[in-house]
Design a protein around this ligand. Structure first.
Ligand code: MN
Length: 363
């Protein structure tokens, strides 16, 4: 059993729970090592205070689960069978108690009620906060994987910059990045790659389209790559030709905001203090209303996870926490600038997972 699963089992025991039912495939892979994608079928991991945990998978995935290195029991069901009754039967063989916990941020109401019907419990506690607490501190092994995921993201940016030429469309640049990466053996992107030209980048989560690149505009890239289930996430904004003074001005402010935030990161500082460090730079420059999102988000096996780096989050940073720092200014009809890297908190500061230079650059 992994140290992480041990920690979860200890929590189940300390809380006098009879079992915890985990349903999120990302959580399950984190604790079990089995990377499953059940789609609409049922995948579960059940953790008891004393008895060994078990995995429950669709029958067509059982072999993969067995080959993943999971050494405890695996049960599976075929499509015509009743998964919830089968899960309940296995649970009842191990405990007759009904003090249970579930992932409230994942289990659907429909599935919760099916589990409830099969087991007869009245209500369930939420185990999500404890899972977040365990996940938030990354191990050496996780950090190594995140570093490789970051190296891939740097490579992706390099390919993206090289693909810029007059008349190319946003979609074509995305296609070029993903095609080249696949050929190099990349596992996959962390999320839909974003490439936005000029004022189109004024929408922070804009969707790449058929807009053609013109000279004298900014290009915003936001992308990430997966490596062994771990994610990277980075954004760069680069000039194609010489854009307007306004565009250049907001670039410099965003870079200064990011630099200020990075310099503030160390164990003992709170998440909101880091957000403030960046936000105050943008506010003081008069663009506060154009920075419309939190400064950053946690990252690991999921692209967005605990903790949020934002106003109102008093969470105290600790060594081993990983998150993005991504200030942006989005000026409607002018340009959008975002600069983003993910970091791990170290003993005295932080280290980035991506290295692509950030000084203002025209190509
Ligand atoms: Mn991000």
């Amino acid at each position: 059993m992994t140290t992480q699963l041990n920690a979860l089992q200890r929590y189940v025991k300390d809380q006098n729970l009879d079992f915890a039912y985990l349903s999120d495939p990302t959580t399950i892979s984190y604790f079990s090592g089995y990377e499953g994608e059940p789609h609409e079928r049922v995948l579960g991991l059940v953790v008891f205070p004393e008895a060994a945990p078990f995995l429950f998978t669709p029958a067509l995935d059982a072999e993969d689960a067995r080959n993943s290195g999971w050494s405890d029991d695996i049960y599976s069901y075929q499509d015509h069978q009743k998964p919830w009754e089968m899960i309940a039967e296995q649970i009842k063989q191990r405990t007759d108690g009904n003090d249970i916990a579930i992932e409230k941020d994942h289990l659907t109401v429909d599935r919760y009620e099916s589990l409830q019907d099969a087991l007869g419990f009245v209500q369930a506690a939420d185990i999500t906060p404890e899972i977040q607490k365990i996940k938030v501190i990354k191990s050496e092994d996780e950090l190594k994987k995140m570093q490789i995921a970051g190296d891939w993201a740097d490579k992706a940016l390099e390919i993206g910059f090289a693909a810029l030429h007059e008349g190319v469309t946003e979609k074509e640049v995305v296609a070029e990045i993903e095609y080249q990466l696949k050929k190099l053996g990349n596992e996959g992107m962390s999320f839909e790659t974003i490439v936005l030209f000029g004022d189109h980048a004024a929408s922070p989560h804009g969707v790449p389209g058929d807009r053609k690149l013109k000279r004298e505009e900014l290009v915003l890239f936001d992308l990430g790559c997966a490596y062994k289930g771990y994610m990277s996430d980075t954004s760069r904004t680069i000039a194609f030709g010489t854009p307007s003074d306004k565009a250049r001005e907001i670039y410099d402010i965003v870079l200064q905001a990011q630099t200020q935030a990075i310099e503030s990161i160390r164990p003992g500082v709170t998440a909101e203090e880091v957000d403030r460090a960046a936000r105050s730079v943008i506010e003081n420059a008069g663009y506060g209303e154009y920075f419309t999102h939190r400064l950053g988000h946690g990252i690991g096996k999921s692209i967005h996870e605990f903790p949020n780096i934002m106003e109102g989050n008093p969470l105290v940073l600790k060594e081993g926490m990983c998150f993005s720092i991504e200030p942006g200014i989005y000026l409607p009809e002018v340009a959008g600038v975002r600069i983003e890297d993910c970091f791990v908190v170290t003993k005295n500061g932080c280290e980035p997972f991506t290295q692509t230079p950030k000084q203002y650059r025209e190509i």
